[in-house]
Design a protein around this ligand. Structure first.
Ligand SMILES: *Cc1c(COP(=O)(O)O)cnc(C)c1O
Length: 387
């Protein structure tokens, strides 16, 4: 079946969107084999986004843990401060190739909105970003950044006024304006071809990291760790290692205030399949199948569904999934800042929290490679409020 990862994924959309998704899939497949497109993407990845990002040996964090060596893939050093730019750039170029001049995007924390706005400014595309009004309040500096970059930010008051409501509005806009408009979805989510397409644009992370660790250590890591919101930075890291049977993979979700409180975004902790935003995947829902409110200290992990390919990796036991709580992430934020001079995004701090636990239990000749998905400057207000 179309766009499936095992039983998961697919295309659960209104009929009006089916031709647009087919057009997008065709354009994406053509771009994959188009040398001009790939050269342009590689050139802008280098000179606009700042790739390759470094792989950094976290010496003091390693010594603190006293176990496996910890390496950090520095997506925090990519332009606009997170891995989001990789996907925004790829889809922006694809929109141009499809002769679409208008971009709609959704954003939770604002990182994907900022990346989309930056790419649209650079390519001369109109950019409209939907954002829940609750998120606009929590992430005011990013709202201002998007506006400075020339984007129009449209507040969404519906529902909980957060990410899922912003996605609903972005899809509604797309359905209405599909001839001129591309929907620049921000994670490995949504209907086919988005989960595959976003994975491919993010897979540069793992391709680089694999070559960099071989260069540094002459061997592959024992364990990969990445935080999982929709799942794009994790799948982008994991992809290049999928054939390396000795490399374990671990995704870290938002444990929020603890699983037992119900205030979290740990989809794998409850493992209930459902459909949200066009894809069949694990969804946090109540007994009637209504989407539950989620909670995380990090807005980027605060979403009720997970990218469908992760459920496939879970079912086939190729990857494992766990969670870190708000408090654990805040502790890891402080540790990395003080031991390595790096303020991580609170999303990434979830991965760091798990890396500290795992490295401690491993041998000194083993290697953990963590995806540091973004920088923490956007989270200063939240961290201050939690001190
Ligand atoms: C958006 C974001 C995430 C979560 O999204 P994924 O698609 O799961 O990668 C994680 N880290 C940062 C820094 C983000 O901005």
């Amino acid at each position: 079946m179309i766009g499936r990862f095992g039983d998961y994924g697919g295309q659960f959309v209104p009929e009006t969107l089916v031709p647009a998704l087919a057009e997008l899939e065709d354009a994406f497949n053509a771009a994959r084999n188009d040398a001009t497109f790939q050269t342009r993407l590689a050139d802008l990845s280098a000179h606009f986004s700042g790739r390759p990002t470094p792989l950094y040996f976290a010496k003091r964090l390693t010594e603190y843990c006293g176990g496996a060596k910890i390496y950090l893939k520095r997506e925090d050093l990519a332009h606009t401060g997170a891995h989001k730019i990789n996907n925004a750039l790829g889809q922006g170029l694809l929109a141009q190739k499809m002769n679409k001049t208008r971009i709609v995007a959704e954003t939770g924390a604002g990182q994907h909105g900022v990346a989309s706005a930056a790419v649209c400014a650079m390519l001369g595309l109109q950019c409209i970003v939907y954002m829940g009004t609750e998120d606009m309040r929590r992430q005011a500096p990013n709202v201002f950044r998007m506006k400075l970059l020339g984007a129009e930010v449209r507040g969404v008051d519906a529902g909980s006024a957060t990410l899922k409501d912003a996605i609903n509005e972005a899809i509604r806009d797309w359905v209405t304006n599909v001839r001129t408009t591309h929907y620049l979805l921000g994670s490995a989510l949504g209907p086919h071809p988005y989960p595959t397409m976003v994975r491919e644009f993010q897979s540069v992370i793992g391709v680089e990291a694999r070559a960099q660790i071989l260069d540094a250590e002459k061997r592959l890591p024992d364990l990969l760790i990445a935080c999982v919101g929709g799942g794009s930075n994790a799948i982008g890291l994991f992809r290049a290692f999928r054939g390396d049977a000795d490399v374990a993979m671990l995704g870290v979700e938002a444990g929020g205030l603890g699983i037992e409180t119900g205030k979290h975004a740990a989809r794998f902790a409850e493992a209930r399949p459902g459909v949200l935003h066009g894809t069949y995947t694990f969804v946090l829902q109540n007994d009637d199948g209504q989407i539950r409110e989620t909670h995380s200290v990090s807005a980027g992990l605060d979403y009720a569904a997970v990218g469908p390919e992760h459920v496939y990796l879970f079912d086939t036991e190729r990857a494992g999934y766990t969670y870190a709580t708000d408090d654990e992430a805040l502790d890891a934020f402080a540790k990395l800042s003080q031991l390595e001079g790096i303020l991580p995004a609170l999303e990434s701090a979830h991965a760091i929290a798990e890396a500290i636990k795992r490295a401690r239990a491993m041998r000194r000749d083993q290697i953990v490679l963590v995806n540091l998905s973004g920088r923490g400057d956007k989270d200063l207000q939240t961290v201050m409020a939690n001190q």
